[in-house]
Design a protein around this ligand. Structure first.
Ligand SMILES: Nc1ncnc2c1ncn2[C@@H]1O[C@H](COP(=O)(O)OP(=O)(O)OP(=O)(O)O)[C@@H](O)[C@H]1O
Ligand SMILES: Nc1nc2c(c(=O)[nH]1)N=C(CO)CN2
Length: 170
């Protein structure tokens, strides 16, 4: 399947730097599978240096996606990602600060949209090694719908400026 088939790829970024981060990622994947009613294709887990707010624990990050020919509207998906974060016990805290679980919508097929509560593709993905590296692992041929640049090329272009991020051996 390519991104231009009738199937829509819904791509989500996961992050955690509080509590048992590995278990938090696993639990979030299970909850999303139950909610979306579809198995997720998951990247490896990556250990990454904190960005934006640098004085906080390192993160575990991962990317996951599923394909559907009947996608829920993007704002419904966002609402449910936020509901899963809350169910798992995420307490609202500082922007970019430590969190039990963070679920961001990276891509909604080839849609480009900007509303008050949702920007897709995620506006920061090009500058985040902890998103680009797992993305390239599982979707190397995906083309960024706003810029038309393949993810592999975005990673290579930005690599010199990216924070440290390493794939964990599983
Ligand atoms: N693509 C997106 N995915 C998730 N949230 C988004 C997206 N675009 C806009 N938002 C908005 O961002 C708000 C803040 O989300 P969140 O608390 O996860 O921010 P953050 O993790 O601190 O920062 P960032 O989203 O840059 O990683 C959400 O409530 C949501 O309305
Ligand atoms: N390495 C890393 N740094 C971050 C992350 C994250 O998931 N990984 N999330 C943030 C809040 O959006 C801020 N900084």
């Amino acid at each position: 399947m390519t991104q231009y088939d009738r199937q829509t790829k819904i791509v989500i970024a996961l992050g955690s730097n509080l509590g048992d981060c590995s278990a938090n990622l696993e639990q979030a994947v299970r909850k999303m599978e139950a909610f979306f009613g579809a198995p997720l294709v998951c990247s490896s887990v990556y250990r990454s240096e904190p960005v934006e707010v640098r004085d906080q624990p390192w993160f575990l990050n991962q990317v996951a996606y599923f394909e559907t020919d009947a996608p829920l509207p993007p704002l419904v998906i966002l609402k449910n990602l936020k509901a899963i974060e809350a169910q798992m016990g995420r307490i609202p805290g500082a922007r970019y600060g430590p969190r039990l679980i963070d679920l961001d919508l990276l891509f909604y097929g080839d849609w480009v949209l900007e509303t008050a509560n949702l920007t897709v593709p995620h506006p920061k993905l090009e500058e985040r090694s902890f998103v680009l590296m797992p993305l390239v692992e599982i979707l190397p041929d995906f083309i960024h719908p706003r810029t038309g640049i393949p993810l592999t090329e975005i990673l290579e272009q930005n690599r010199p400026r990216l924070a440290r991020c390493e794939r964990m051996v599983q």
